[in-house]
Ligand binder design. Sequence first.
Ligand SMILES: C[S@@+](CC[C@H](N)C(=O)[O-])C[C@H]1O[C@@H](n2cnc3c(N)ncnc32)[C@H](O)[C@@H]1O
Length: 250
Amino acid sequence: MKIKLNDKVLLLSKDESYVVSVSKKIFNGRSGMINLSRLIGKNYGSKIKTHLGKEFVIVKPSVLDLFEKCLTRTAQVILPKDASLILGYTGISSDSLVVDIGTGSAYLAIFLANYLSKGKVITYEKDKRFIKIAGENIKLSGLKNIQMKQKDVSGGISERNVDLITLDLQHPEKLIKHAYKSLKTGGWLVVYSPTIEEVIKVTKEIRKRGFSEVKTIENIVREWQTERTTRPKSMGLMHTGWLTFARKLE
Ligand SMILES: C[S@@+](CC[C@H](N)C(=O)[O-])C[C@H]1O[C@@H](n2cnc3c(N)ncnc32)[C@H](O)[C@@H]1O
């Protein structure tokens, strides 16, 4: 596959990596400059050197590369360590209809849409400022199966027969009745909660409404260093949030 003017590429080496837009013309990194027009017409997988001789392999960036190096974060986002469990624990398929509330920076919407080759994500956001940034992030992701709606969902969700509804906003317990209406039988509700006080309110509300398979999990990821000596890294992300899963009964 050949590199084109409007592509974003990942420049990858052993110790440095960057996502760059080819149309930016000049890349200036820690180890020197590259005239990006030299990339046009080359194949992904080929190599390029900076003016100081540092070699990079040119790779097509994944959605996770964009998360780390390109997209703008506003509100707290759901990180891949938690987002991946939503896929793993619900087992949704590639043709699923997902409703994501609220959009924020659209990290979760983008993460999920990337796995829905035949399905789509409808994401709701009430705040204009977030709509703008989320819109830019969605555009950068290149995904065409995300529809963003500017709406306060306190009054309800229009979609029906939904396979998965995700709630990541303040007072999610107030929206569980709307989520129940919109889900298909057997569909999943997933609520992301940064505090246990919220988990308690959410699970109480979920149990009132006849969901099944209710469970709350926390994913603690501890990275290890494997150079020189082998031991857990002393710094890392200590806490993100809890995920509460529930399945609509009928
Ligand atoms: C924590 S952020 C979501 C982050 C998002 N999950 C991500 O990964 O980028 C919560 C968002 O929900 C929006 N929000 C809060 N209440 C809402 C409501 N009633 N209807 C729609 N959006 C709402 C907020 O404006 C905010 O942008």
